[in-house]
Design a protein around this ligand. Structure first.
Ligand code: GLU
Length: 554
């Protein structure tokens, strides 16, 4: 009579290594006691989700702050959902946010580290060694059910109001005689491998999650599939083998996995592997019409990290926003420690939100505004340039045509104690400053400018045409404005609004009106950055030229 060993040898004739061999190949890491080994384990299914970046950031942060190891593992066992090349592009997108793994998968032909391979499809032998062992000890078995049979089972369970699934008395092949199984395999019957659970769904298990705290969960009793018909393992099984042999000590993953935790715990215990700690991170949510829901790939552009990159949100703004979601005390810390690197913040599991984090794009914008405002123009130049090179070539060409000019433009109202906070993203900049570049300015329709209808066109013309002669670029902002007031007086304009209001009959307007005329003439718009700097940056000849062009159309 054949036994489990015969069955295991039949299924995996070429597997001679054992779990002990793997234990030796992947020794425990030589790290300080409290160093965390964490990982990011994406499936290459397309794009980097905002929620994944969040999970990844938190995982790498914990490793970094404990001098541990953060690695990337590519979970590519679901070949149907795989999108070619997306693994490497995930790693690339992470690097834009300065999230660089210490080891792991980098691209399809590059990985770093001694605990690899880091791509699940390259780890078949490792899974087979473990499954072979499970078959030998009678805790895994081949199941020959067809998908039709499984669908019928489910239907019957639903009708009988039973818990659906392949378990207990419904697990048709769990006690199938080994001889017969061998015969079927030899006969070429298709099969998959299932784990044999010894659990009972009437029992409870207790578990401590790093974030959720003490949990009471229903014990697993499902004989889950561990090896699919395509020869690749399922997530439940693969993550466990990998996290064990890659020596992860805290599994940080989305809370959507919490419900399958009992399966994972049973597998760890069955194999005699030490359980890692688990930290189930909040899922990123959104409110729509007062209802909370998960950030959705299909409905929400902000679900894709690429959206933020395209829009040009600075990476530090976005990362810091995610940190405010991660720990409720981050913002207060940041306000107290503006000059520190955000990695100096002490991230902790127990300050994580428990019931989903609400995504708030306005807050991403606010944080970005704050941070961008305090950036040195020289540093911002580098950031904006590299963004524009990819996403706005016209803007890029303008920047590189004269970088000093661009720095001066960026410096408008920047180098002061309370800098202006008007840019939330790189794409906000060009629309505000485009008029500085002649090509843009001269293509504005000058017959359609928004002059104040209360002003006499002849006055506007005289005031504008005579103004350049009076410009003294050496004046500071305050004195320049005083000189503008004086200039206006010559044409019957009050020095300020208050004076004009009190004596409307003797004045044509006030200095603000003069400034508006100049602004419209020099920028083509009623709103622009500080006029004093506009004049400084354009210089007298260009101011003169622009005024002439405008006056030809007045
Ligand atoms: N591959 C899984 C996913 O993309 C990873 C879950 C985990 O981190 O364990 O959701």
């Amino acid at each position: 009579m054949a036994n489990n060993i015969d069955l295991a040898n039949l299924i995996f004739p070429n597997i001679n290594l054992t779990i002990e061999d793997l234990e030796k190949r992947y020794p425990k890491r030589d790290l300080p006691m409290d160093a965390l080994v964490t990982r990011f384990a994406p499936s290459p299914t397309g794009f980097l989700h905002t929620g994944s970046l969040f999970t990844c950031l938190v995982s790498s942060f914990f490793a970094k702050q404990t001098n541990g190891v953060f690695y990337i593992r590519l979970e590519d066992t679901d070949t149907k959902r795989e999108i070619e090349g997306s693994g490497a592009s995930l790693v690339e997108q992470l690097s834009i946010f300065d999230i660089i793994p210490d080891e792991g998968y980098i691209s399809d032909d590059k990985e770093i580290g001694l605990y690899g391979p880091y791509k699940q499809s390259d780890r078949k032998e490792i899974y087979e060694i473990v499954i072979k062992h499970l078959i030998e000890i009678g805790r895994a078995y081949p199941c020959f059910c067809s998908s039709i049979e499984l669908a019928e089972l489910r239907k019957m369970q639903e009708e009988a109001k039973e818990i659906p699934g392949y378990y207990g008395k419904y697990a048709k092949y769990r006690d199938f005689p080994v001889d017969k199984a061998i015969e079927k395999i030899k006969n070429g019957d298709p099969y998959i491998i299932r784990f044999k659970s010894l659990g009972d769904h009437n029992n409870k298990i207790f578990f401590h999650d790093e974030i959720k705290g003490d949990l009471e969960l229903t014990q697993n009793d499902q004989d889950i599939v561990i090896l699919k018909s395509d020869g690749l393992p399922t997530y439940h099984f693969a993550h466990l083998v990998d996290d064990h042999f890659m020596r992860t000590n805290v599994v940080t993953r989305g809370e959507e996995w919490l419900s399958s935790l009992p399966i994972h715990l049973e597998l760890f215990d069955t194999l005699g592997f030490e359980r890692p700690r688990y930290a189930h991170l909040p899922v990123i949510m959104k409110t729509e019409d007062g209802i909370r829901r998960k950030l959705s790939k299909r409905k929400d552009p902000e679900a894709a990290v690429s959206f933020f990159l395209e829009q040009g949100y600075p990476k530090y703004g976005f990362i810091e926003y995610l940190l405010t979601i991660a720990n409720s005390n981050y913002e207060a810390w940041r306000n107290e420690n503006l000059d520190k690197d955000f990695y100096d913040f002490k991230l902790s599991f127990d300050k994580m939100s428990l019931d989903g984090a609400l995504f708030d794009i306005a807050k991403v914008a606010n944080i970005s505004k704050e941070r961008m405002a305090y950036k040195k123009a020289e540093d911002l130049l580098i950031e904006v340039k590299s963004w524009a090179k990819v996403y706005d070539l016209d803007f890029y060409n303008k920047i590189i045509s004269d970088e000093d000019k661009f720095i001066k433009i960026l410096n408008i109202d920047r180098q002061k104690e309370k800098p202006r906070k008007d840019y939330a993203k790189y794409s906000d900049i060009y629309p505000v400053i485009s008029f500085f570049y002649d090509e843009n300015y001269y293509s504005i329709d000058k017959t359609n400018l928004e002059w104040n209808p209360l002003m006499d066109k002849k006055d506007i013309k005289d005031i504008l045409l005579n103004y350049p002669k009076t410009i003294d670029l050496s004046l500071d902002e305050e004195n320049w404005f005083n000189s503008l007031k004086e200039y206006g007086k010559n044409y019957g304009f009050a020095a300020d609004k208050k004076e004009w209001k009190a004596n409307k009959e003797i004045y044509k307007g006030h200095s603000g009106d003069i400034a508006e005329m100049l602004r419209i003439a020099l920028t083509g718009r009623k709103n622009s950055p500080n006029l004093y700097y506009v004049i400084q940056i354009l210089g007298i000849p260009e101011v003169e030229k622009r005024i002439k062009t405008v006056c030809e159309n007045l």
